[in-house]
Design a protein around this ligand. Structure first.
Ligand code: HMG
Ligand code: MG
Length: 312
C-alpha cells in the first residue's frame, strides 16, 4: 500500500486550540507554548489570528505574540487573516505567512465570518493580491468540508468549487477542515476523488477533528491518496463548540505522530519533547490532555523514571 514517506505536520494548537478555550489565555502562555513547540521541530506552527477580538477574544494581541516568540529559521508561523485590516496588522507584525478561511456552506460562512461564500471570496481577493506583493505566503482553509452544524451533509462539489477559487487566487495549499468531525473514511475518499481532479494532492492538507473518534482513520485514508500535510493540535486542544461539553476537537498531534512514527513516516518532530509540551499546556489549562498517545507515553515515562530512581 503506498503512502508518502515524509509528512508535514502543521501544529495549530496555539491558534485553533487556544481560540476555543473558555478561560483567558495570556500572551505569556501563548509565547511559552509556541517556543516549546518550536523546540520540537515543527515546520509550521500557527501563531494566532488577526480577527475581531469581540468574535475571538482569546486571539487578541497576536501582534505581541509574534513579536515575542523565538523564531526558528526552518519554521513558518502563519496567522489567520479575515480582511484587509487583519492583513495590515499581519504585515506590521512581520508575518511571512497568512491563512485566509472560507467555508463549504453558506450557513457556516455566515456563522464564522458573517458573510456569504461569494462575499468571502470577494473579500479574499485583495488580501491575496496585497500579500503576494509583500512576499507573504497564503494558505487557504475551507471549513465544514465533511459535515456542517447548520446544513448537515456537504456535497464534495461545493468544497471543490471553493478550493478551486482559493487556488486560482494564489493560495499555495488548501486545508480541508472537518470542523465538526463528522467525516468517515468513505466520505474522505469521496471528497478526495473529486478534489484531486482539479488540485494536486500535494497542495491539499487534512484538518481533521476527532469529535467522533474518526480522525486517525481519516488521516490514514488521506495518506493513501498521497496527502502529505496534516493539521493537528498538541494535547488535542480545542473542543468543538458545536459538539457539546467535553467532546474532542482537533486531532491530537501526539496521536498523529505516534501513528506516523509507527509507519516509518518522517516528520522531523521529537515525540518525547512533544509529550512534555502536551503535559505543560494541559497543566496550564487545568484539564486532562485529550491525546491518548500523549497520556500513555507520559505515564510510561513516569513508570520508567520511578523504576530508575527506586533502583538508585
Ligand atoms: P463583522 O462584524 O461582519 O465585520 O465581522 P465588521 O467589519 O463590521 O467588524 C466588526 C467589529 O470587528 C468592528 O469592531 C471592527 O472594528 C472589528 P466594533 O466597531 O464593533 O468595535 N474588526 C476587527 N478587529 C480586529 N481585527 C480585525 C477586524 N476586523 C473587524 N481584522 C469578521 C467580520 C470576519 C471580522 C468577524 O466575523 C471575525 O473576526 N470572525 C472571526 C472568525 C474566526 O476567527 N473564526 C475562527 C477561525 S476559523 C476556524 O477555526 C476553522 C478552522 O480551524 C478550520 C476548521 O476547523 O474547520 C480554520
Ligand atoms: Mg480546527
Amino acid at each position: 500500500m503506498g503512502y508518502p514517506k515524509k509528512v508535514k505536520l502543521v501544529e495549530v494548537g496555539p491558534r485553533d486550540g487556544l481560540q476555543n478555550e473558555s478561560r483567558n489565555v495570556s500572551v505569556d502562555l501563548r509565547v511559552n507554548l509556541i517556543n516549546q513547540l518550536s523546540a520540537c521541530g515543527f515546520p509550521v506552527i500557527e501563531a494566532g489570528s488577526f480577527v475581531s477580538p469581540k468574535w475571538v477574544p482569546q486571539m487578541a494581541n497576536t501582534i505581541d505574540v509574534l513579536s515575542r516568540i523565538d523564531k526558528n529559521s526552518f519554521t513558518s508561523y502563519p496567522v489567520l487573516v479575515p480582511n484587509l485590516r487583519g492583513l495590515e496588522e499581519a504585515i506590521e507584525a512581520d508575518a511571512k505567512e497568512i491563512a485566509i478561511f472560507g467555508s463549504a456552506t453558506e450557513g457556516f460562512s455566515h456563522r464564522n465570518i458573517n458573510c456569504s461564500i461569494a462575499a468571502s471570496l470577494k473579500k479574499f481577493e485583495p488580501i491575496v493580491d496585497r500579500a503576494i506583493k509583500e512576499g507573504i505566503k497564503i494558505r487557504g482553509y475551507i471549513s465544514v468540508v465533511l459535515g456542517c452544524p447548520v446544513e448537515g451533509e456537504v456535497h464534495p462539489e461545493k468544497v471543490a468549487d471553493v478550493a478551486k477559487a482559493l487556488m486560482d487566487m494564489g493560495c499555495y495549499e488548501i486545508s480541508l477542515g472537518d470542523t465538526i468531525g463528522m467525516g468517515t473514511p468513505t466520505k474522505v475518499q469521496r471528497l478526495l476523488d473529486i478534489l484531486s481532479r482539479d488540485i494536486q494532492v500535494t497542495q491539499i492538507a487534512g484538518h481533521f477533528h476527532d469529535t467522533y473518534g474518526q480522525a486517525l482513520a481519516n488521516i490514514f485514508t488521506s495518506l493513501q491518496y498521497g496527502v502529505s500535510t496534516f493539521d493537528c493540535s498538541v494535547a488535542g486542544l480545542g473542543g468543538c463548540p458545536f459538539a457539546g461539553e467535553g467532546a474532542s476537537g482537533n486531532v491530537a498531534t501526539e496521536d498523529v505522530l505516534f501513528m506516523l512514527n509507527g509507519m516509518d513516516i518522517e516528520t522531523g518532530i521529537d515525540i518525547n519533547k512533544l509529550v512534555s509540551v502536551g503535559e505543560f499546556v494541559s497543566n496550564e489549562l487545568e484539564k486532562p490532555s485529550a491525546s491518548k498517545a500523549g497520556r500513555a507515553l507520559l505515564s510510561l515515562s513516569k513508570v520508567r523514571t520511578n523504576r530508575t530512581s527506586n533502583h538508585g
